[in-house]
Design a protein around this ligand. Structure first.
Ligand code: CP
Ligand code: NVA
Length: 308
């Protein structure tokens, strides 16, 4: 079964093929209205279940639209409304869904849920974000970087802020796509050692630098994310804000990066917190290209999973 669970567990040649396929599919739709079908309909006759145990705008809409453009059908399910949220095991849910649909995309809390779903499903499972990783986002982000600046291999990426789930997938991508990553943030919110080790073992240079202005020097790409993720306790909000305030991405920080550095944020953003509006809306920002490319990248992921 071809699941898309994480970047570090997917073959680098397959990751590259998916990015290239996404770019081709995007180009093929250049002059089509959003709702028009693709010329190719590889998902004709296929049904995809999209399960959300957390809120979503981009993941939900981009998967739904992407499947439909390729001729498939979708159903969007909220975890809380399913028996899954009322005591039915994940294994049983996986076995049942496998009798009805051709693929499951799930956004959940504990990654154990994703892995259990994949283990017991007879159909491909895609990770639409867990507390620990967000691989679909980083596939879209790598695609976006390369659209604007060419190959990401050998580039210097700066992550400023919380070493969270999105940062984890960036570290995995550093190992798989061959770029360097500097993390700047408070020691209390460092990324997991597992992901740093993975990237380093695969030959990427990973630096931890507490001074954001030193860290930003010569960066090709500056990335940040919310200071309080969906899985973080609201009671930790003030403490996190206090820790992360020095790592806001603003004009002063961007000035230390290369003059042609790009700015990325997976969104949703909290303007004037982790990033200022002048950066988010400025000429170096590609945040809405990232959002658009979720659609194209995930279409390639869906095709890879289904082998179509
Ligand atoms: N970036 C992202 O995954 O956005 P949503 O939470 O809106 O899906
Ligand atoms: N780190 C954020 C990403 C949202 C797309 C979260 O998990 O809430």
């Amino acid at each position: 079964m071809t699941h898309f669970l994480d970047i570090h567990t997917t073959d680098p040649a397959d990751l590259r093929a998916m990015i290239d396929a996404a770019r081709r599919m995007k180009a093929a739709r250049r002059d089509l209205p959003r709702g028009a079908p693709d010329d190719e309909q590889p998902l004709a006759g296929r049904m995809v279940a999209l399960i959300f145990e957390k809120p979503s705008t981009r993941t939900r809409v981009s998967f739904d639209v992407g499947v439909r453009q390729m001729g498939g059908q979708t159903m969007v399910l909220s975890g809380a409304d399913m028996q899954l949220g009322h005591g039915e095991t994940i294994a049983d849910t996986a076995r049942v869904l496998s009798r009805y649909v051709d693929l499951v995309m799930i956004r959940t809390f504990d990654e154990a849920v994703l892995h259990e779903m994949a283990e017991h499903a007879d159909i491909p499972v895609i990770n639409g974000l867990t507390d620990r990783t967000h691989p679909c986002q980083i596939m879209a982000d790598v695609m976006t970087y390369e659209e604007h600046r060419g190959p990401i291999a050998g580039r210097k990426v700066l992550w400023s802020g919380d070493g969270n789930n999105v940062c984890a997938s960036w570290l995995q991508a550093a190992g798989q796509f061959g770029f360097d990553l500097t993390f700047t943030g408070p020691a209390q919110l460092d990324p997991e050692e597992d992901w740093i080790r993975f990237a380093r073992d695969r030959g990427a240079t990973v630096r931890i630098e507490r001074d954001p202005l030193v860290a930003a020097k010569d960066a090709d790409l500056v990335v940040t994310d919310t200071w309080v993720s969906m899985h973080d306790a609201q009671s930790a909000r003030e403490r996190r804000h206090n820790l992360l305030r020095p790592y806001q991405v603003n004009a002063r920080l961007m000035a230390e990066a290369k003059p042609d550095a790009l700015f990325m944020h997976c969104l949703p953003a909290h303007r004037e917190e982790e990033a200022t509006s002048d950066v988010m809306d400025g000429p170096q920002s590609v945040i809405f290209d990232e959002a658009e490319n979720r659609l194209h990248a995930q279409k390639a992921i869906l095709r890879w999973c289904l082998g179509v």
